[in-house]
Design a protein around this ligand. Sequence first.
Ligand code: SF4
Ligand code: FES
Length: 332
Amino acid sequence: MSEEVKKFKITIDGQTTEVLPGTSILEAARQIGGKSVPPAMCYYKPLESSGGRCRTCLVEVSKGSDADSRPMPKLVASCRTSVMDGMEVKNLTSEKTQEARKAVTEFLLINHPLDCPICDQAGECHLQDLGYEHGLERTRTEFERRTFEPEDIGPNIKLNMNRCILCARCVLVANQLTENREHGILFRGEHAEISTNLNKALENDFIGNVIDVCPVGALTDRTARFASRVWFTKPMNATCECSKCAGKAVVWMKGEEVIRVTARKDQYDEVQDWICDDCRFHKKDLKYWTIEGPRHIDRHSVISLNHYEKPKNMISLLDNPDAKELSDKDEK
Ligand code: SF4
Ligand code: FES
């Protein structure tokens, strides 16, 4: 007879849930959902051993557990800290956490170029969202940002190292999904960079998934670059016959044209089904695809707004108590 595993109780911002031992605080927060879920720039559930690098997911543990109720002395990375029974955590309700998140955002932006107007990731960029929610209006630094010589990593994937935040997700994709890894983090500290040794091209099947996991515009699809701003395109769920992957993807259309193909992602922007490079780079035509219907983008982003339905309540949409509800008359 199998023994029932005792679940641990955790309270985050006053909301309680029960999780299996070994669950991280971040995953427990996702189980609760809503705004208490800390942002994550390096953790990526489908990739084993991701997380622990960016510190955007810091939270305050105000009670360690029922057995030891002392608070944890420092903020902890919620993606790498396991839940204890009776733990109490503050995310939105902690001033310290919010301050730290602002500082981490500023830190990530110290070297990141503010080139959103020409970056293909604009509208889908997690750093853009983080900067919008926690960033300062202007930089406080005067020194030059780190810049790198452009490196050619093949015909399909464009690397712009100036934008990289060294989250290492792309390295984990190469390690865990492809047969050979040709790129990695070279050098250390200030000099650390994503690069290929001896200027190799990234050519393994499934390596295109590095584009989907990159939280910023450091790795973009060369076959779709500058084709359209993402918010002018229509994402559609589509399937195809494929011998290498499940053939379940999202095709991003402009009129009748397939501008790009990506994997399907959930509300945390994490890939649900990895797709192969054939589907991603070489099936840019409707003849390959059976369209299932419009893809609803769950993630809070400019691309999920106003595509399918008119927002009914502007107050809740803006989440701002001072916002006035717009009537149809006001909009004309
Ligand atoms: S290139 Fe993108 S995915 Fe790779 S480490 Fe840099 S930010 Fe992360
Ligand atoms: S998401 Fe937890 S440290 Fe990056």
